[in-house]
Design a protein around this ligand. Structure first.
Ligand code: CMC
Length: 397
């Protein structure tokens, strides 16, 4: 008909039919495949949740054992990829290193390239899809740990496939001591719950990017690298880092009123507040609060917490935030937990990207299986110049 709806930022456009994640932003409900996030955070573990997101059902004990085995036996990366990671400047941003490492995976697994093996290879071949799923879930923590170890100037730790997914990741980071290090079970569980909470969130910016890039039928390594780049931005996966920087800048509780005024004058943004979908509360917030307390019991209180709590209370009472329905989101506290674990600020987005890979892969698989899946190609409303004549350089004034 030629009729186009102008919808900047896709605020009202549904671009996919999905069975993965349900969100009711008004009621503050988040479900993966029909299971409440609160129940999964309490009873499940990250790898089981990954299986659920990707394959649609909770695994049986046998299916889980097999999935765990497959993922954990894809944790090693090619020696040359390790060299690539070591070639970055010592102060390179870990997210830049991570994105490059993920992107480079496509060159180490050329058989995963649909340009060589047929553009429909992932549409038709479940075995090939699974192969890349295992590899991406298995190798991403290793690359993430490489980026971390490079950043702090220490040699890499080889993956330990006998550990759980999150325990192995913490083991590879090994940031607490020089000696053989056993990750603390409370910290492992805390990270596992944080990973569950971050695993999917329907069509957020990076997942939409994953589907968008994937719709061109590129290999999933390149698509995950692109989705990771979307997540890198401060309005998305960079928000937890920005929250801690903001709290450090505020410094003390007595500086909060001045900061709130600066936000209301639009000179600053209250990072960790607001959400495109949640207009009442973010259900992940309550769970993170519990996780944060468990972590503080092991590693001690974090001085930033006092500022965060006072800031939250001040904002929740203030008309500016109430009127706009701005509430703390998942990132308001997650950064403080990472800070308490001693993780450097610029590493936080990596800790968001890692679990989100499970969600990206679930959406990628779903879109591969879609009948009549089309390349994503939105339209625009052209508001530029009408047709005009070219003027030679010497005639221009
Ligand atoms: N601080 C101050 N004002 C805000 C904030 C904030 N954090 N968030 C929204 N507003 C204001 C905004 O200025 C606008 O005011 P007005 O109507 O007077 O122009 C109004 O609230 C509506 O905001 P919006 O920008 O239209 O909302 P959006 O849905 O486009 O943006 C958001 C959502 C998450 C990008 C935004 O709330 C934000 O920038 N928050 C801070 C960054 C952050 O915490 N991001 C993490 C999101 S959760 C994890 C994830 O999904 O990545």
């Amino acid at each position: 008909t030629g009729l186009r709806l102008y919808d900047p930022g896709f605020q009202n456009t549904a671009v996919a039919r999905s069975r993965i994640t349900y969100i009711d932003g008004e009621a503050g409900i988040l479900q993966y495949r029909g299971y409440d996030i609160e129940v999964l955070a309490e009873k499940s573990n990250f790898l089981e949740v990954s299986y659920l997101l990707i394959y649609g059902e909770l695994p049986t004990a046998r299916q889980f054992e097999r999935f765990h085995h497959e993922v954990m036996h894809h944790t090693f990366v090619h020696h040359n990829l390790g060299q690539l990671m070591r070639s970055f400047n010592y102060d390179a941003h870990p997210m830049g290193m991570f994105i490059s490492g993920i992107s480079a995976l496509s060159t180490f697994h050329p058989e995963a390239n649909p340009a060589l093996n047929g553009q429909d290879m992932y549409v038709n071949d479940a075995r090939m899809r699974n192969k890349q799923i295992f590899r991406l879930l298995g190798k991403a923590p290793t690359l993430a740990a490489f980026a971390y170890r490079h950043r702090i100037g220490r040699p890499n730790n080889l993956p330990r496939n006998d550990l759980s997914y999150t325990a192995n990741f913490l083991y590879m980071l090994d940031h607490l001591s020089e000696e053989e290090y056993t990750p603390h079970p409370v910290l492992v569980r805390a990270l596992d719950v944080l990973f569950i909470l971050h695993a999917d969130h329907e069509l957020n910016c990076s997942t939409a990017a994953m589907r968008h890039i994937g719709s061109s039928r590129v290999d999933p390594y390149s698509a995950v690298a692109g989705a990771s780049a979307a997540l890198y931005g401060p309005l998305h996966g960079g928000a937890n880092e920005a929250v801690v920087r903001m709290l450090q800048e505020i410094g003390t509780v007595d500086q909060i009123p001045a900061f709130i005024e600066a936000v209301k004058a639009r000179k600053k943004k209250l990072m960790g507040f607001g959400h495109r979908i949640y207009r009442n509360h973010d259900p992940r917030q309550k769970i993170i609060r519990r996780v944060a307390n468990e972590v503080f019991e092991v590693v001690g209180q974090n001085p930033l917490l006092k500022v965060a709590q006072a800031l939250e209370q001040a904002a929740l009472k203030d008309d500016y935030f109430v009127k706009r329905k701005l509430y703390p989101n998942v990132d308001f506290l997650s950064g403080i937990v990472y800070h308490s674990l001693g993780v450097p600020l610029d590493y936080y987005p990596v800790l968001f990207a890692l679990p989100r890979i499970a969600g990206w892969l679930a959406h990628w698989k779903e879109s591969c299986e879609e009948p009549n899946g089309k390349i994503w190609r939105p339209r625009q409303v052209y508001v530029g110049e009408p047709r005009r004549d070219y003027v030679a350089l010497e005639d221009r004034t």
